[in-house]
Design a binder for this molecule. Structure first.
Ligand code: GTP
Ligand code: MG
Length: 343
């Protein structure tokens, strides 16, 4: 392809992305016509946490729970449906939307190939594995690589990072940025970090993301490292698993909506324990595994391989063949396995 042809394609791509974002105004329940903050909080107390939940509510349940008249309840549910655009799109429209999907390089060519070219926008990619398997290191690499030009595997974009374990390391970002020829301080400036101290705090931070994205349209990557740590710590043995699932689901659906509407890639991590007692099948039990599993489009299982290498396995992908890829974590970042060293 000629160079100006490439440019032309990129401009078209960017325009499509803009079109995608501009028709979407992220709404809160209280922003719906006829709903003030008083009714909004009654609706929330009745268990409808967001517009999607409200869109599927039975108006009569709202009448009872919120003390409003039936016509008002019907109007609110209708508005919620409109706002959440619960409409079908044609196969062609769907195809058009898929065409705007872009990818961010993981730093390893082998791993990129396994993932069909890198991690995808409009999708949630879940990376699970035991401690030290490289989940966070991949996140650092993505947060730097997203800032690179398109021909270098990036999206010239910015990132949001939700840190639930206090493991975000500015120095690592600076180091990886320098390797890629980026200004290290600028690279750090382009990442917005939210440190979550409790699962409720994590939910609030995720709720803030639409605002951040509206004020910085360059945001193309959201990292949640880790997705389950706080939920796991707080809900352990409390017998409130349903409550936990509901909250985790709200977070995941918010992330998926952001990914769809703003053409963003979402990368979440999930620590799992090795279970040597399990002889057959998957020897790890993903914490909250099946909850995330149904929402994440791509699931990567990481394990430690030979001679310090790491092995990534693609699990349950909708369109890609299952397979494995080896890579290494080096001081320069995620890289392909050095074949020389293996000999
Ligand atoms: P948890 O958060 O504990 O669940 O683990 P994780 O999967 O997030 O692990 P992480 O991505 O933090 O990987 C840590 C591993 O990366 C370390 O054990 C090192 O092997 C490797 N690593 C991190 N930094 C460097 C580095 O600068 N050079 C090299 N060679 N390896 C590094
Ligand atoms: Mg980690």
């Amino acid at each position: 392809m000629e160079e100006d042809e490439i440019e032309q394609n990129e401009t078209e791509e960017n325009e499509e992305v803009e079109k995608l974002s501009s028709d979407f105004e992220y709404k809160d329940i209280k922003d719906l016509p006829g709903v003030g903050s008083t009714i909004a909080s009654k609706i929330r107390n009745a268990g409808y946490q967001d517009i999607i939940a409200l869109a599927t509510a039975n108006p009569m349940a709202l009448v009872e729970a919120c003390g409003i008249g039936e016509p008002t309840a019907r109007k609110i549910v209708a508005e919620a449906r409109e706002a959440s655009k619960m409409n079908f799109m044609s196969g062609l429209e769907f195809e058009d939307k898929r065409r705007t999907v872009q990818r961010i390089s993981t730093g390893s060519e082998t791993l990129n190939i396994l993932l069909g070219g890198g991690i995808e926008t409009q999708s949630i990619t879940e990376c699970y594995g035991e401690y030290g398997s490289g989940k966070s290191q991949i996140a650092f690499q993505l947060a730097v690589d997203v800032q690179l030009p398109l021909d270098k595997g990036g999206l010239e974009g910015h990132a949001i990072w939700i840190d639930t374990e206090g493991t975000f390391r500015p120095a690592r970002i600076e180091q990886l940025a320098a390797v890629k020829g980026l200004d290290p301080k600028q690279a750090l400036q382009n990442i917005k970090i939210g440190r979550a101290y409790s699962s409720d705090h994590q939910v609030l931070l995720v709720d803030k993301i639409p605002e951040l994205v509206n004020s910085d349209p360059k945001i193309r990557l959201i990292v949640v490292d880790s997705m389950m740590a706080l939920f796991r710590a707080e809900y352990i043995g409390r017998g409130t698993l349903a409550d936990r699932q509901q909250k985790v689901n709200v977070v995941l659906h918010t992330l998926q909506r952001l990914a769809d509407r703003f053409n963003i890639a979402v990368y979440i991590t999930n620590q799992v324990m090795s279970r040597p007692d399990v002889m057959f099948g998957d020897p790890t039990a993903a914490v909250g595994g099946h909850i995330i599993g149904h929402v994440a489009t791509y699931r990567i299982y990481l394990r430690k391989g030979r001679k310090g290498s790491r092995v990534a396995k693609l699990v349950d992908s909708p369109s890609l063949p299952e397979g494995e890829a080896s890579f290494e974590i080096t001081s320069n970042g995620i890289a392909d396995v050095d074949e020389e060293k293996k000999k």
